[in-house]
Design a protein around this ligand. Sequence first.
Ligand SMILES: Nc1ncnc2c1ncn2[C@@H]1O[C@H](COP(=O)(O)OP(=O)(O)O)[C@@H](O)[C@H]1O
Ligand SMILES: CC(C)(COP(=O)(O)O)[C@@H](O)C(=O)NCCC(=O)O
Ligand SMILES: [K+]
Length: 254
Amino acid sequence: MILTIDIGNSNIVFGVYGEDRLLFSSRVKTDPLRTETEYAVLLSNLLAFHDCPAKSLEGAALSSVVPGLTPVLRAAVGLLTDLPVLAVGPGVKTGLDIRIDNPGELAGDLVCTAVGAMEHYPLPAIIIDLGTATKITVVDERRRYIGGAIAPGVAVSLGALTKSASLLPAVSLDSKIKPICGDTAGAMLSGSILGAASMLDGMIDRFCEVIGEAKTVVACGGLAPMVIPHCRRRIILDEGLLLSGLLAVYRKNR
Ligand SMILES: Nc1ncnc2c1ncn2[C@@H]1O[C@H](COP(=O)(O)OP(=O)(O)O)[C@@H](O)[C@H]1O
Ligand SMILES: CC(C)(COP(=O)(O)O)[C@@H](O)C(=O)NCCC(=O)O
Ligand SMILES: [K+]
């Protein structure tokens, strides 16, 4: 079994694969102040909860966009097993031809979702990751990662709106949404969720004007199930995309 860890700005996702099958995945809040011991206890509990003893793990890989937590999670895994942990970064084989101004700047999450799309879907692919930030990226038909767009995430922008406007309440994201709303909270949800869905439809059109018709448009990230169903474009929802890409990177470097 292979342990995969995706350290995002809001959440850390732990996943365990047996062969190609994701046996389980669990999302926990990212807390930069937690120690390696705390993360080790948390991980150990998750493994026990899913009947997966640490000694049955044969490998581990992580992707991180929070550099301060990378050594902490690596050390946490080290407290449970003596397996080395592969961290996605410069020097790691991905199979992607990274064609951007400064390839070293490309974060692990963007590498992993691109590899996941390249391994599992026809190219060219447009990849959407709705997390803390909304990322829209492209892998072309020659397996080249050619860049993309980064926008404020849906929850981040809703939070910023609440903070910046005295009369606007905090609203929680939920799925009952219509475009024209007579109440403030509903109107904010319409603007945030239908606004994000429309933005994605529009960005996909613009991306396709550059790359030609995409053979795949695939979405992942904690907020994808809330937004993607409202898009008019056909978009595949693949919540395991990042971890499946991370697993593929792990295998290429074994
Ligand atoms: N049910 C929910 N209600 C509100 N916000 C949510 C919900 N689920 C996830 N989020 C938000 O989704 C974002 C996290 O998505 P995720 O893909 O886990 O992010 P990251 O990979 O950046 O850590 C955060 O902005 C978080 O507040
Ligand atoms: C854009 C991001 C902040 C997104 O983070 P996330 O939403 O996954 O928490 C992250 O991928 C990042 O810090 N990227 C570095 C810049 C880049 O890759 O171009
Ligand atoms: K992520």
